[in-house]
Every structure is written in structure tokens, then in C-alpha cells.
Design a protein. Structure first.
Length: 167
């Protein structure tokens, strides 16, 4: 007879997680997008990825991608062992910064230039290491983590006794 083992990883479900992550993705996307538009002038390049090399096209695609990445973030931080680090707002901001660093490499250095080159919006170098791109992705991650924590109700400033015992 097979023995069932209870999950040691607490998970959250429900619309609150997904609504909070979508909201956080929009807010973080706007913060990142403002830097991309006014400091980097990158929005036309983003729009060019879908055949709309305009500021409006760039904003639309950027915000859609921001929400999709935020939904992935919520899935990761609620359904893996990383959830124990996200029990406080500060912990969630830390997870967001780590996520922003991963996005810098995956999306900024590789996916963006490969996609741009594939659709004729290049040529761009691969990897495309842009210092301000590192800053914008870390900004996205920090804002994402903070807004997500507040929106879903993770507002403790320090770990609970339960979190200390499981860490």
C-alpha cells in the first residue's frame, strides 16, 4: 500500500494570489517602463518585436510581458520551497530582486536580442549586456516583490515564530 506523504511546502491558491501578481506586474512594469522610455528610449525597440516600432506598441507589449512574468513569479514563490522566504514584505522584495536578476540574464541579455534579430529589428549582440537594463530589471523585481507582498496581504515586518521554526 502506498503511503501518502503530506507536502512540506505550504502553497497558496485562489484568485487573491493571481490578482495580486497581475496588479504587482502592472505596477512594476510601469516603473520599469518609465525608465526604459525616458532614460533608455527603448520602447520603440520593444514594440518592434511585434511589428509595432512605436512607443505605444512598446508599452503594450512591455505591460503584457510584465504581467506574464509576474504570474510566473507568483507561481514560483507560492508553490516551491522559496515560499518560506516570502513570508515577510522584505523577504518578498528580496525574492523579487533575485527574480529581476534572473530576468536580466534570460530576457534582457538573450531573449530580447534573439527575438529582435529574428524579426529584423536588429542586429543586436547576443548576449546584449546593457548596464541600465540590469538596473531596470532589478527595479522591476523589487517593485514586483513589494507590491505583490502588500497586495496579497504579506505585510509582516519580521518572520513569525512558525517561520523561524521551519527555516
Amino acid at each position: 500500500m502506498a503511503q501518502a506523504y503530506p507536502s512540506r511546502i505550504p502553497t497558496e491558491t485562489g484568485s487573491r494570489v493571481w490578482t495580486a501578481s497581475a496588479l504587482a506586474g502592472l505596477v512594476a512594469g510601469i516603473a520599469m517602463g518609465l525608465v526604459m522610455q525616458f532614460v533608455m528610449n527603448a520602447m520603440p525597440l520593444i514594440g518592434a518585436l511585434v511589428g509595432q516600432p512605436t512607443v505605444v506598441g512598446g508599452w503594450l507589449l512591455h505591460l503584457v510581458i510584465s504581467v506574464v512574468f509576474a504570474l510566473a513569479f507568483a507561481a514560483i514563490v507560492t508553490r516551491t520551497s522559496l515560499s518560506r522566504y516570502g513570508r515577510t514584505t522584505l523577504g518578498m522584495v528580496g525574492l523579487g530582486l533575485a527574480y529581476g536578476a534572473v530576468l536580466t540574464v534570460v530576457a534582457g541579455w538573450f531573449a530580447l536580442p534573439i527575438w529582435a534579430n529574428a524579426v529584423g529589428a536588429g542586429p543586436l549582440p547576443v548576449p546584449m549586456v546593457v548596464p541600465m537594463g540590469i538596473v531596470t530589471h532589478l527595479l522591476y523585481g523589487a517593485v514586483l516583490g513589494g507590491v505583490y507582498a502588500v497586495a496579497r496581504g504579506t505585510t509582516e515586518s519580521k518572520p513569525t515564530d512558525e517561520a523561524k521554526m521551519t527555516a
